[in-house]
Design a protein around this ligand. Structure first.
Ligand code: KG4
Ligand code: ZN
Length: 343
């Protein structure tokens, strides 16, 4: 069994992944209530909270795995907030030392990349390899508050970037848009909720990089265009038209993501399409990408709700499924706050 620890941003999470049984247990402590009032994650507060939460979470998890053997510790080594990563890595090193176990540093972005493949119950390694074989090469879209990228998971399980963002991440664009509209944090779910009562064609916002063949995202123009629009509107009108503004803004983000995903599907030879990261919670985005997958006659794999945002299940799973995470890095393991998905 692999014991996995994730603390790269504002979730403290533990998971136990059993190669014979799939994901056997997950425990998470979210800090949203702490950061909400600041309108974003405050790194020092986040690190302090991780410090407070790791031991109680471990205690809860230990009650669960009593009797079974943990054979490896896995921890997120990057990318993420330096102080938060350091806390997680130090805790994992202490456990590995105390229990004389190998320690693997896992790339957080690869955790997101692998999350649509997580076998939750009862899939043997052999069954998983067989299933995976039919799905590679895989095109994946990771969309979160800090990252927006398309990647290819090749037949040999190597990962390469297909498209990335030139400026903001999609989640960041939603969070900043929500702020301009006087909504709370995180903005993505609030925009999604309000958008349900609005018209997506009420306002026309830019769709990022227009040239169809160019594989990169851009969301800063979208955000600026909302700012100009809102600045020109009387506050009462902004309040009155909030649902239409949310629906139109959300639509621009989703279409930008879907268009580049379509281009990548057209340019490559992919056998499946995946979606993960916090923004993957968005129902409209899920439906839009599912339709792209149907168009290209490939299966669509979306991360389950509990594995869209940051979680330790994806770290434990990647530690097992991703050949890049297999090495024992022991006490030499270092944090890498700016790690890319290929690292
Ligand atoms: O992966 P995540 O939990 O944290 C990291 O950034 O790593 O992603 C958080 C992002 C935020 O920008 C949040 O607004 C967005 O995911 N998000 C959503 C939804 N739920 C979370 N965006 C759109 N619709 C949602 N339902
Ligand atoms: Zn993340």
């Amino acid at each position: 069994m692999i014991l996995a620890l994730e603390s790269s941003c504002d979730e403290t999470a533990l998971a136990v992944f059993d190669p014979a049984r799939g994901l056997a247990g997950e425990w998470i402590h979210s800090q949203i209530a702490i950061h909400e009032r600041h309108g974003g994650v405050v790194p020092d507060l986040a690190a302090r909270e991780h410090l407070r939460q790791v031991a109680p979470l471990l205690e809860r998890a230990q009650g669960f795995w009593k009797g079974s053997r943990v054979s490896r510790i896995a921890v997120t080594r990057g990318p993420g907030l330096a102080a938060c990563l350091a806390l997680g890595v130090a805790s994992a090193k202490a456990l590995a030392l105390a229990w004389k176990l190998p320690l693997s540093g896992v790339n957080h972005l690869r955790g997101h990349a692998w999350s649509p493949f997580i076998a939750v119950h009862g899939e043997s390694p052999g069954d998983f390899s067989g299933r995976l074989g039919g799905l590679l090469p895989h095109l994946g879209l990771v969309v979160s508050g800090g990252h927006t990228l398309l990647f290819c998971l090749g037949a040999d399980r190597t990962i390469s970037v297909v498209a990335s963002t030139r400026d903001d991440a999609a989640g960041e664009a939603l969070d900043k848009g929500a702020k301009l509209l006087g909504l709370g944090y995180p903005g993505g779910p609030l925009i999604e909720k309000l958008a349900l009562g609005g018209r997506a064609d009420a306002y026309r916002f830019p769709r990022g990089i227009i040239r169809k063949s160019e594989l990169s995202f851009s969301f800063s123009g979208l955000k600026t265009s909302l700012r100009y629009l809102v600045e020109k509107m009387p506050a009462s009108e902004v309040a009155e038209r909030r649902a239409d503004l949310c629906a139109s803004y959300q639509q621009a983000v989703i279409e930008s993501l879907a268009r580049k995903t379509r281009t990548a599907l057209e340019q490559g030879q992919f056998r499946s399409l995946g979606l993960s990261g916090g923004v993957a919670n968005n129902l409209r985005l899920r439906e839009t990408l599912a339709a792209e997958a149907v168009r290209h006659r490939v299966p669509f794999l979306a991360a389950r709700a509990e594995h869209t945002g940051d979680n330790a299940g994806m770290i434990g799973f990647a530690a097992w499924a991703d050949p890049a995470a297999a090495a024992n890095q022991g006490s030499g393991l270092r944090i890498e706050p700016s790690l890319g998905i290929e690292g």
